[in-house]
Write a protein that binds this ligand. Structure first.
Ligand SMILES: *[C@@H]1O[C@H](CO)[C@@H](O)[C@H](O)[C@H]1NC(C)=O
Ligand SMILES: *[C@@H]1O[C@H](CO)[C@@H](O)[C@H](O)[C@H]1NC(C)=O
Ligand SMILES: *[C@@H]1O[C@H](CO)[C@@H](O)[C@H](O)[C@H]1NC(C)=O
Ligand SMILES: *[C@@H]1O[C@H](CO)[C@@H](O)[C@H](O)[C@H]1NC(C)=O
Ligand SMILES: *[C@@H]1O[C@H](CO)[C@@H](O)[C@H](O)[C@H]1NC(C)=O
Ligand SMILES: *[C@@H]1O[C@H](CO)[C@@H](O)[C@H](O)[C@H]1NC(C)=O
Ligand SMILES: *[C@@H]1O[C@H](CO)[C@@H](O)[C@H](O)[C@H]1NC(C)=O
Length: 458
């Protein structure tokens, strides 16, 4: 009794508050009240006319399932059931629900029954199923969601159990979140139907390749993946690309981004193996709209002077916390007029004598490169070209000459006789060579058996 009256006072107070502040739309906020399903459907419904409620917030309660049949939700547009203990939800009674937004994130849903997202809730535009226990998403689960614009399946243990045609009817979808679904691979046909997609998050999945993506995407997050290398991207409307925390990425060829002509933010920070940033000279301007390039905390040791155009035009460059090698190859950076921020980004890690200094503080003549033999990785190709190959060729030439000389001696001394003999006995293919006669010098002569031609005539 006490509980009930307390609750009703609370609800009524809230109700009055709501009606006072926002007469329309009508919101009922019952979040974090420890409500069980029965408390709501039996008790609270008697105090509030659910038919007029537009927004119902049941966040942080103890609902274990939700079924629309026990209540009248004719005007309901927004339903927040996040942070409950839901295993299932159904919309079975209202023939045509007005529900536009459904949030069931942070529950215990393992699969979405075919009666959950059926034709009755076709008006849904926002659906958040993140942080559940979904282990499969099959082709029929979302087939009625033709008006959906926002979908989050993030942080579910789906793994590879996402069917290739799950999204085939979701042509209105603009925002898709598949972050942290433990998926090692996304089928190429998965994203194909999403012609209106603008925002896609595939982060924190152990993928090694970027799947083919719709070309209209504006924001793409693929951080925290196992991507090995980046091929070319063709997304002419892309504004933001985040590849942060790529554990296996070692090298970036910026030319692969040549068709991202609208890109404003490119971020690859915290990629522990990223040690090479390359740019091949190209005719047209690369990344004409780039405003921010983030590469802090990677494994960059040096920057090639070919990157000059990018460094010069990008307003915000985050390059700090890289193991910079302050040698002759970095002279060009010192010759530039850098902003104070950028100057403090280049703190030398090697060589030892410059460790801890800013590149800018090291006088240009002290930016030296090691001599080729003990040259480091970057150097090797050149060193090999300059020193190793000529030696190799000389050796090869000497070897060939030696062989030729030996051959000439051999033929002139022994084989000539043999060959003549053979010519005489042409037609016989059973000549056996058993007589070995030592010549005057160290060469050995091999002669055919005495009268091999008799033998052959038989
Ligand atoms: C759903 O609810 C969670 C937790 O209350 C919240 O973080 C999330 O932003 C909500 N989703 C949408 C789409 O509003
Ligand atoms: C999808 O999963 C639901 C629920 O597990 C099941 O009823 C339905 O038959 C499945 N559909 C397909 C095409 O596998
Ligand atoms: C989903 O799309 C497919 C192919 O376009 C179509 O055959 C199917 O009827 C659609 N499903 C629904 C429920 O509309
Ligand atoms: C990733 O998803 C799992 C559940 O599959 C969850 O426990 C974990 O907290 C999520 N991690 C992040 C960073 O969201
Ligand atoms: C990529 O990185 C992950 C995590 O660091 C590691 O387990 C995996 O073996 C790496 N894959 C390759 C091909 O290097
Ligand atoms: C960019 O687009 C042009 C023209 O469509 C194409 O020839 C080129 O290969 C593309 N570059 C990349 C890196 O995809
Ligand atoms: C750097 O700035 C100074 C003064 O602001 C200017 O005199 C000099 O020409 C600039 N150098 C370059 C390489 O732009």
């Amino acid at each position: 009794m006490i509980f009930k009256s307390w609750l009703s006072i609370l609800v009524l107070m809230k109700w009055n508050y709501c009606t006072a502040i926002a007469t329309f739309p009508k919101t009922v906020d019952l979040s974090y009240r420890d409500l069980q399903r029965e408390d709501f459907f039996i008790k609270i419904q008697n105090q509030i006319d659910m038919r007029e409620v537009n927004e119902l917030i049941l966040r942080g309660n103890k609902f274990d399932s939700f079924l629309d049949c026990s209540t009248k939700l004719d005007s309901l547009r927004i339903l927040d059931l996040s942070y409950n203990n839901l295993k299932k939800f159904f919309f079975l009674c209202l023939e045509e629900s007005n529900l536009v937004s459904l949030n069931v994130s942070h529950n215990q849903i393992e699969y979405i029954n075919d009666e959950a997202l059926n034709h009755r809730v076709m008006k849904l535009k926002i659906l958040d199923v993140s942080f559940n226990d979904l282990y499969v998403v099959n082709d029929t689960m979302l087939q009625h969601m033709k008006n959906l614009e926002f979908l989050s399946l993030a942080s579910n243990p789906i793994e590879e159990n996402i069917d290739a045609y799950v999204f085939q009817n979701l042509t209105q979808l603009k925002h898709l979140d598949l972050r942290n679904v433990s998926s090692p691979y996304f089928s190429p046909s998965l994203f194909e139907p999403l012609s209106n997609l603008e925002h896609l998050d595939l982060s924190l999945n152990p993928i090694e390749d970027v799947p083919p993506l719709p070309s209209g995407i504006k924001v793409l997050y693929i951080y925290g993946t196992n991507i090995l290398h980046l091929g070319s991207f063709v997304m002419p409307q892309l504004l933001v690309l985040s590849l942060d925390n790529s554990a296996n990425l070692t090298s970036i060829l910026l030319n692969n981004f040549e068709n991202l002509t609208q890109l404003e933010i490119l971020s690859m920070r915290d990629s522990p193996r990223l040690s090479q940033l390359r740019l091949r000279p190209m005719s047209s301007k690369l990344l004409p709209r780039l405003k921010r390039l983030s590469l802090q905390n990677c494994a960059l040791e040096t920057l090639n002077s070919e990157l000059l155009p990018i460094i010069q035009k990008t307003a915000i460059l985050d390059l700090q916390s890289n193991p910079w090698r302050c040698d002759c190859r970095m002279k060009w950076i010192n010759a530039m007029n850098l902003t104070t921020d950028l100057v403090s980004s280049f703190r030398c890690q090697t060589p030892l004598k410059h460790r801890g200094k800013l590149l800018h503080e090291v006088p240009s003549q002290e930016l030296e490169c090691d001599e080729p033999p003990e040259g480091r990785r970057g150097f090797d190709a050149e060193a090999v070209g300059r020193i190793f190959y000529p030696i190799l060729w000389v050796c090869l030439a000497l070897l060939i000459l030696g062989l030729l000389a030996t051959g000439v001696v051999y033929y002139s001394r022994g084989c000539l006789d043999q060959w003549l003999m053979k010519m005489r006995h042409r037609g016989t293919d059973t000549v056996s060579y058993t007589n070995v006669v030592e010549s005057t010098n160290d060469l050995i002569r091999i002669l055919p058996v005495g009268e091999a031609n008799d033998h052959a005539d038989v």
